[in-house]
Ligand binder design. Structure first.
Ligand code: IPM
Ligand code: MG
Length: 352
């Protein structure tokens, strides 16, 4: 049965990199229907809302959703609930994609692009599993109130339930079994109640169902330090929404190639996944045709693997990306000169 990929190019460099995904998708298969909808700041400008009902409905009905990027300085003054970021958070929540897989992988051809020494990052292959639909990003109450003494008070709520912790941990343990069989769980159980619960739930699930996997608990601040000290000690790193946001940026930078890293956000089996490059909309280079499309292409690769049941094509595409890099294909962010379109062509050529 033909499956549907919904493309949400969004803002900034999003449309440019998504164009390369289209090129590659049609070279790989004619059995995939690609739809496209407006999203993010572009949608706000056109419809007054960053995520319209039409786009949301199309996302819920697709087999996988691939986003380019969203946001930009021109929407900084728009009320928060209408900003492009609100579309992103809304989509995550509505699609119930609670497990965010963010691989930080050091491609050997690019190890010298890292700000860390080659010997520290060589062979790096971390899978960060970030909880994506709970925690302080969505917790209530939140707000900014006026106080009787004339001050103002801003607050957010960090909250997790047993089932929210358990389902994302399960994803981490399952992934570890197919990798190097180790899970590191990061929280701040030394200062936070939600961290105490997080540690307990992960420990219980491990004892009940995943005793064959090595489990290590680490305070989130220490995890940040260990990531830059000896990153190769990590295999799967599972953590909450906010710590995951921060730790995944740190991990991405280790690889020296932020412009190359994909991500997948998954919910329960059978539900569409949400795929997006780790990089942002890069307004400074948007429209120049020099953005690196590899993160979007690799996000498509993850969609083929995790939502579209096409591991066969995903393997081919992944090998082609590695080959293109080894053949010297580089965009500006990784020390080369190729344009976005030439980079897409280099992957096509490597596909043969
Ligand atoms: C990310 C981003 C988002 C987040 C922003 C843009 C809302 O930083 O995907 O990591 O904080 O989740
Ligand atoms: Mg982030």
């Amino acid at each position: 049965m033909t499956q549907t990929l919904l493309l949400l190019p969004g803002d900034g460099i999003g449309p440019e990199v998504c164009a390369e995904v289209r090129k590659i998708a049609s070279a790989l298969t004619n059995d995939l229907k690609i739809d496209e909808k407006i999203y993010g700041g572009a949608s706000y400008d056109a419809h007054g809302a960053p995520l319209t009902d039409e786009t949301l409905q199309a996302a819920l009905e697709a087999d996988a959703v691939l986003m380019g990027a969203c946001g930009g300085p021109q929407w900084a003054k728009v009320p928060r609930h209408l900003r492009p970021e609100a579309a992103l958070l809304g989509l995550r929540k509505e699609m119930q994609v609670y497990a965010n897989l963010r691989p930080a992988l050091c491609f050997d051809a690019l190890a010298d692009a890292s700000s860390l020494k080659r010997e520290v990052v060589a062979g790096l292959d971390i899978m960060i599993v970030r909880e994506l639909t709970g925690g302080v990003y969505f917790g209530e109450p939140r707000g900014i109130d006026d106080m009787p003494d004339g001050q103002r008070r801003g607050y957010d709520t960090q909250v997790y339930t047993t089932s929210e912790i358990e389902r994302v941990s399960r994803v981490a343990f399952e992934l570890a079994r197919g990798r190097r069989n180790k899970v590191t769980s990061a929280e701040k159980s030394n200062v936070m109640e939600s961290g105490v619960l997080w540690r307990e739930v992960v420990t219980d699930l491990h004892a009940r169902e995943y005793a064959d996997v090595e489990l290590e608990h680490m305070l989130a601040d220490n995890a940040a330090m260990q990531l830059v000290r000896r990153p190769t000690q990590f295999d799967v790193l599972v953590t909450d929404n906010l710590f995951g946001d921060i730790l995944s940026d740190a991990a991405a930078q280790l690889t020296g190639s932020l412009g190359m890293l994909p991500s997948a956000a998954l919910g329960d089996a059978g539900k569409p996944g949400l795929y997006e490059p780790i990089h942002g909309s890069a307004p400074d280079i948007a429209g120049q045709g020099i953005a690196n499309p590899l993160a979007a292409i690799l996000s498509f690769e993850m969609a083929l693997r995790w939502s579209l049941d096409r591991a066969d094509i995903a393997d081919r595409l992944y090998a082609a990306v590695i080959k293109a890099l080894e053949d010297g294909a580089r965009t500006r962010d990784i020390g080369g000169q190729l344009t976005t379109a030439q980079m897409g062509d280099a992957v096509l050529k490597a596909l043969g």
